[in-house]
Design a protein around this ligand. Sequence first.
Ligand code: NAD
Ligand code: TYD
Length: 350
Amino acid sequence: MKTYLVTGGAGFIGSNFVLYMLNKYNDVKIVNLDALTYAGNLENLKEVENNPNHVFVQGDICDQELVTKLFDDYKFDYVVNFAAESHVDRSIREPEVFAKTNVMGTVNLLNCAKNAWYTEENGWLDGVKYLQVSTDEVYGSLGDTGYFMETTPLDPHSPYSASKAGADFMVKAYGDTFKMPINITRCSNNYGPYQFPEKLIPLLINNCLQHKDLPIYGDGLNVRDWLYVEDHCKAIDMVVRQGVLGEVYNVGGHNERTNLQIVKKVISYIGENVDKEVTENLMKFVEDRKGHDRRYGIAPDKIKADLGWYPETTFEVGIEKTIKWYLDNKEWMNNVTSGDYQKYYSKMYK
Ligand code: NAD
Ligand code: TYD
């Protein structure tokens, strides 16, 4: 039995990872530490609420006492840190919480892991590993050609990506200074079930269904490289088990699209449920995001060559599955878009 501390496991990617792992393995125990911010949702974990291999703990990754106690109680083999403030637009409005959770939270996890896993006499426990889930946004923005490689210098632009880069440097420092067994994964934009509708794809789906404007920042020609969340979960599982210690792995979907292409794709798939002409009229070009990165693109050559991972889900299949999931789970959407969401939304797009 391998025991994982998964942080942020009630959020979008974290909950998909918890479900993926517990469906795949019987010999995995997951302690899921999540603060349940606006982005965390226990509904995502309904499927495993009675699974004895899943323990949910509500708490903050910055809480040293709590994280130390969890290490004492559960003797983790692995830490997978998903917990973060994750939305660029929010980081422009409230950078402080990004610095606190994303940088200081990561440092606290590293420290607690080191205290539990390392002694001067015996060095590091065998087989343990800390995996930091990072983002390709730490590399900055690409021009029309080329891809982010693991060797691309970090050049973050938003408070979000700067805080993720800060965390990556701390993880690297623990690897370099203390020889801590670490990996860092940097993935492109994920999409799939359980994504909070502040990110582009679920926001478009929700707004189409509600006949609300579909806000397109700037000229709509910024490019993102879309990765189906299950493919990402598979990559993380592989890196935890087989990743070479100390290495960074980029995880990308080979799926570059302009935002305008995404909007049109969502409209065309959702067209059967909502009148296409109506949704097309909802498209609305709005003021550009400050410091908006133009293009992200990953060549996932290293993870493919070293671990045999590749993105299995084409965009056509992934987007259809995703939209179907949201249509089948309207109650989930209704629940997450009630209350504070309305306040947030009206502030964002007035
Ligand atoms: P999310 O916002 O959906 O979920 C984040 C989760 O972390 C939530 O459940 C939240 O409650 C929890 N959390 C926040 N602050 C916390 C704290 N202080 N202590 C404990 N838990 C806390 O994010 P996501 O999209 O699932 O992203 C997960 C990770 O993947 C993040 O580290 C993010 O930077 C990274 N990432 C995401 C994407 C993407 O497309 N979504 C792309 C690249 C990298
Ligand atoms: P987002 O989902 O916020 O992810 P990220 O900023 O981390 O890449 O945004 C994806 C792209 O879509 C990005 O170029 C910004 C753009 N966008 C819009 O045009 N309209 C929107 O309402 C949102 C949320 C994003």
